[in-house]
Design a protein around this ligand. Sequence first.
Ligand code: PEP
Ligand code: MG
Length: 880
Amino acid sequence: MTQYVYDLADGNASMKPLLGGKGAGLAEMASLGVPVPDAFTVTTQACVETMNRGGEWPESLWGEVTEALARLEERTGRKLGATEKPLLLSVRSGAVQSMPGMMDTILNLGVSDETVDALGREAGNERFAWDSYRRFISMYGEVVEGIASHVFEDALAALKLEKGAEQDTDLTTEDLKELVARYKKLASDELGGEWSSDPVEQLRRAIDAVFKSWLNPRAEVYRKANNISADLGTAVNVQQMVFGNRGETSATGVLFTRNPSTGVKELYGEFLTNAQGEDVVAGIRTPRPLAEMEQVLPEAYAALLDTMNKMEQHYRDMQDMEFTIENGELFMLQTRTGKRTAAAAIKTASDMVAEGLITKEEALQRIEPAQLDQLLHPTIDPNNTVTALATGLPASPGAAVGTVVFSADEAAERGENGEKVVLVRFETTPDDIHGVLQAQGVLTSHGGMTSHAAVVARGFGKPCVAGVPGLRIDLENQQFTIDGTVVKHGDTVTLDGGTGEVFLGALALVPAQINDDFSNVVSWADEVRQLGVRANADNGPDAAKARELGAEGIGLCRTEHMFMAADRLPAMHKMILAETDEERADALAEILPMQQADFEAIFTEMKGLPVNVRLLDPPLHEFLPSLVDQSLLVQKLELTGGDPAELAAERKTLAQVKRLHEQNPMLGTRGCRLAMLYPEIPEMQARAIIRAALAVLEREGETVEVEIMIPLVALQAEIKIQREIVVDAVEDELELAGKELPYTVGTMIELPRAALVADQIAKYADFFSFGTNDLTQTGIGISRDDAENGFLGHYVDDGVIKSNPFATIDVDGVGELVRIGVEKGRAVKPELKLGVCGEHGGDPASIELFQKLGLDYVSCSPFRVPIARFAAARAVLNQR
Ligand code: PEP
Ligand code: MG
């Protein structure tokens, strides 16, 4: 029979899939002799089966829970609901991958009218007992009974106002008794019946509520954003309560073993005396820095630091820990791998290798390639002279510029529409996650560095400034004030999440700088990876950036941009409108030196490395005015009786536009099809490439490895003919110059047919570069220009398709076309060089596939080059 419930002593770290991160962590700590309150864990499997049964528990589950409860009562010498030595429990979620604050928790279960006196008597602290009671009613009421949180919050605020209490801790025992009475009345009114207090029944319902919280909307948003499967379910930890709210020698807090923003090895945590855990992480009271605990609770502080170091050594990774101190005695409530920014991931990995804690390969495994994207974003110009409006806690680094909005819904909606907004909140709750995801950054007036808002923002790499003192939000008037300055909804602000500064207006940003730790760790990736990494670049500055970021050449230089520049369009028009071969040749002769200059700029930056230049790809009509605009222009000239010569010229253009118009231009006269009609174009381009390569050789003493690539090939005849045109032009140029230069000619594989007949095509190609953008478009039959705005979005949201195939390669379909292309190409030409230059070349998940298929290199946009270097190393490690 399946076991659904495990006692603390029966678990360990390796049981994380079953016990969740928290359950496994607790069990592991207990086994290492760390003080952990006794507990049992209901497995993730129990949650999954309950979901699969439409919310009904597996038959044996309740029996197992009551037996585990009896054992816990036996071990602790306490009993749930007893009027002497009552047992109080926490019931907490614990998924396999941590989802901070996304699911529900119930504390103080077991306190009731019957047990509250015993609790106070035993603690010698009546106030504490009633404080626990009021906490329980509001938490259970909200989580299990579904009563809106403001019902309790309003009652608490009203009582504090009546009693003149600033803080919750200013309320007396009598005040708290009064509050409990009011809470019970409110709950009874909301529920239309008496507040029941059968703790065993409450336990059953609390466990059930935690199961259900796996499916709540914020958890769903979080899972989607983090690619966590909805099938995993959460475990439920039922643990004996220890109390941080037993007075001033009690406390609760959270710590990270290293700074999760920067990775620096330093004390990083917060605590509150006379409080329970939710007070710290929910951002309701602004907690105190952990260092101050040394003065208040010196012994517990020393024990905490000792445990913290032990746990980091044990797990050999940065830990995120929760603790409670009850009457000076330390208890650990959680240890888990700490969420961190990309900068912190790099720094901790690099430091831990230096400390001998982990190997270089382990360091690489610890850094998510996709997360590195964060580091490649701009920061505030260090020479900025604008003074900050205010300074809060630097909760998540990075610069954010955006207009102020006050609701998560608005942030989500406007962010999705491509607007840059900054979400300003009193505190963020996990319910705001959809807004946080779409905002540039988050600003809160309350909450600390370890609040859920901060943890979640760091996880997503969103800049966050939290707990800004003196920031008052006036929701009614949609504005906030700091020190007399009023900032309205729609005003622009800039946040620096690394310093905690808030500025009015949009500050200048500077590109990200790659620091030594980053270079260090990326160089380890280079030692491991097998795939080459090149960049897609089509001008000098991009090529320079790519090289700086470690690109080993250019995998795709799209030449169409060079034709579209304003100074080239007239010559392009002339070429398209040419009526004789001579006219066309004249026009192309005008373009040639411009092309050559473009190539020289790129080749100069890339000398010594391979550069793959792709010949012209887009359809000709893209160089002409639109059909509608041109028709209107001609009509207007006709109606106004304009200059006859002008009218004739515009009519001629209109005729050309009509002649070249295609219903499906992406499936039309593109790529080599155009070159088949106008062989002068590839000939001119080949000459420009060779002249540029020779000029750079002459000037710099070194030039690039020239690769000339023919696009959109589907037929063997196309590559055969185009290759001949290119080779003839190149040889002619070399002969004219009296020089020699090695070069290769190859093709894009970006149509399914090309992949399927890759053996035929390989006969005339020195290399293949898989154009996975077009291969996805034509392989799945989805227009790359329209799909994301249309049905594809729904498909991704509804899970019809796992992810956007234009971002991450569709392994089974398009990936199979690549595989066939590789196999057939290499079958006739084992030395065939193989690369990828579609967007997938910079996507870590797709890079896994390219590694498996044995490609030689990937090529991606310059800023993704470091990510690709990492991902390529990870792909090798994962393959092992
Ligand atoms: C491709 O199709 O994958 C490709 C790189 O070419 P382009 O995006 O220019 O069509
Ligand atoms: Mg293409």
